[in-house]
Design a protein around this ligand. Sequence first.
Ligand code: FDP
Length: 333
Amino acid sequence: MSLVTLDRFILQSEQAHPAATGELSQLLMRFGLAGKQIARELAVAGLRKELGSAHTTNVQGEEQKKLDVLANEILLETFDYGGLVSLAASEEMDEPFFYTRTAETGRYALLFDPMDGSSNIDVNGTLGTIFSVRNRKDGSEEALLGAGNEQVAAGYILFGPATILVYTCGDGVHLFTLDPSLGEFLLTKDTVRMPARGRGFAVNEGHVSGWAPGVRAFTEYLKEKDPETGRPYSTRYSGSLVGDLHRILLEGGIYYYPADALSGKPQGKLRLLYECHPLAFVAEQAGGRASSGVERILDLAAEKLHQRSPLAIGSVTEVALYERFVRGEGPPE
Ligand code: FDP
């Protein structure tokens, strides 16, 4: 049986674009390398006493774990050669990082959430890395901002029982699994399609008292018993958006993190550029949807690097239903 590695798949896909320079291919392959390095660190972090707090906070005032910082360093270093990247921004850095040698020439601008689901770090739970690729434009911070539909590529790496890399360049969603014995990501699904509806929902219901009435009503609706519509839905919340979205990508359903008026999160918790935009790109390319409840996530333009947005992401049926409830319409007749 011939094995299709990540690199081979990317290079073969490039042939469908005769005008391609090969730079995007090189860039995507580097995410594979970064994923392998982060997976290796995660596997031994507990043994090396690298778990726990770094005793620093990020720009949002959230505690940084040692592995948040390490994953950020690995990603930055991965793109420090090859001349591909002009600048990068991350949830873990206050300001963009400019690659001094290639700031003027690198073709791309990167955004990433190095370690999504940080609360799972110390308990060996599911974690993820989310990435987004944009054109560098004029090479200023502006290149990192704008609407989600300006992304050139996006994806995530899931660190669970297996390490999985999922990416899209706008021509479908491709899924690879790391074979540790080979040290290679191998193609597992060429084109991933998200089911149009699912049976599960992922939300931190502990925050229900701060939600808008429509979001509360939606949640109650999912929990009601009605075999005709397949309710109740099952709750599946892991504490890692990447982990929850991956389940939804394969099985359908919905993840939502709404605005929370009582916890100082009027725009929810998730970052538009590092989390919502890239995962929305993946979800849409797999046939799913992503919405703030009111607007399509990919149409939302980021004006600030660390801007937040409410997010509802998943199957078309459940996201449309969520929007109905947010509008105060309730379920369809
Ligand atoms: P975390 O802050 O632990 O990195 O990225 C934000 C995120 O995790 C998501 O991965 C996760 O779904 C959510 O926040 C968890 O937040 P709550 O603890 O508020 O539920």
